[in-house]
Design a protein around this ligand. Structure first.
Ligand SMILES: Cc1ncc(COP(=O)(O)O)c(C=O)c1O
Length: 371
């Protein structure tokens, strides 16, 4: 080991072995690598319609104040969220993306002696935040690609301090029945915090996402996380939030950076909440695109996992990496999911009609050997 490498031994043990999160490939990177233009990116479950007009206007109006620190308490955004969900402002934690909330809860509640339960194929950030603080991840096998709550409950012991559930889950798009989910939360010991990650809840057509808000009254150990990155089209600004008991929010607030949300993000998110037209368009474009893409899979004889999110996992029945790379050469970025133990699948974010068409055309060409 050379002198520079010795620095690794100084990191805390979880971090020494940590494999960082791999994001979707940025368009600019593929442009640089292959000299292509007109690239489409269906790799990070972003909103294909972009941000809404109200969010953009709020950003414009806020630019002149950028020399000032933002409101470290995010009062206006918290008030808007409290009104929307009929909760108290003290129940809200704002994060730099909902990812930050996932990290805050791990930092605030875990030590190396404690365990965290989550499902196989669940969102990749859960093992990362667990390992970073040296806690032990206990992974329950998935059932039909979704969370098997019975298997998860069996793995909860007196050492379990956190449980992560993604509903809908990324990357599988699977959705849990809400009665089943509530029974699970109710069965958890009160020594265990339940994180219900609802990053994609706006895309779930049945309105069941409202149920989880009502559970906050019953379960002081429940933390719901949501985001402005997906349905609200503000992924680049990084705004997410947690809804919980005031006590749990108070704990998260103690480990939060004082100005974790920038001023443009706070203003845009508040405005985005009032832009129901943009949200409805987003949901409609997603539903149409989901139908179009899955019909395309059917024509190609491919199977997919029915998804409640703004993305879909397709089963190629062969190693997905060569297909992913062939799609890249055609200027189409999708997401390989080998890190999720799904080496034969690709995850496709639903795009605009034009993007979906280009993707299906490229996939058809690649699968027919025209690469
Ligand atoms: C299930 C799930 N949770 C949380 C996030 C975090 O999103 P953000 O930090 O942009 O809110 C993502 C992003 O892909 C996700 O898929």
């Amino acid at each position: 080991m050379n002198n520079a490498d010795k620095i690794y031994n100084l990191a805390v043990s979880g971090v020494q072995k940590l494999i960082p999160y791999t994001p979707g490939k940025p368009i600019e990177e593929l442009e640089r690598e292959l000299g292509l233009s007109n690239i489409i990116k269906l790799a990070s479950n972003e909103n294909p319609l972009g941000p809404g007009k109200k969010a953009l206007a709020a950003i414009q109006a806020t630019l002149k104040d950028l020399a000032l620190y933002p409101d470290g308490n995010g009062f206006n955004l918290k008030r808007a969220l409290a009104d929307k969900y009929a909760v108290d402002m003290s129940q809200i934690t704002l994060g730099n993306g909902s990812n930050e909330i996932l990290e805050l809860v791990a930092r605030a509640f875990l030590t190396p002696e404690l365990e965290v339960v989550f499902s196989q194929h669940a969102f990749a950030v859960y093992p990362i935040v667990t390992q970073a603080v040296g806690a032990t991840a206990v992974v329950a096998p998935a059932l039909d690609y979704g969370h098997d709550l019975g298997a998860m409950l069996q793995r909860v012991t007196d050492k379990t301090r956190l449980v992560f559930i993604a509903n809908p889950n990324n990357p599988t798009g699977t959705l849990l029945n809400h009665a089943y989910l509530e029974a699970f939360i109710g069965a958890l010991p009160d020594t265990c915090v339940c994180v219900l990650d609802e990053a994609y809840c706006e895309f779930v057509g049945d309105g069941s996402a409202d149920n989880s808000i009502a559970w906050l009254k019953k379960y002081p150990n429940l933390l719901i996380t949501r985001t402005f990155s997906k349905a609200y089209g503000l992924a680049g600004l990084r705004v997410g939030y947690g809804l919980s008991s005031p006590q749990l929010a108070d704990i998260l607030n103690r480990v939060r950076q004082p100005f974790n949300n920038n001023m443009l993000a706070l203003a845009a998110a508040e405005a985005a909440l009032t832009d129901t037209e943009h949200l409805q368009n987003t949901i409609a474009v997603n539903a149409q695109g989901m139908q179009f893409i899955t019909e395309g899979f059917k024509k190609l004889g491919l199977e997919w996992i029915p998804s409640a999110g703004n993305f879909v996992l397709v089963d190629l029945k062969q190693p997905a990496m060569p297909i992913y790379e062939a799609l890249l050469r055609k200027g189409v970025i999708v997401r390989p999911v080998g890190v999720y133990e799904l080496p034969n699948h690709l995850r496709i974010t639903i795009g605009t009609q034009a993007e979906n068409q280009l993707f299906l055309q490229a996939l058809t060409e690649v699968l027919s050997g025209n690469v």
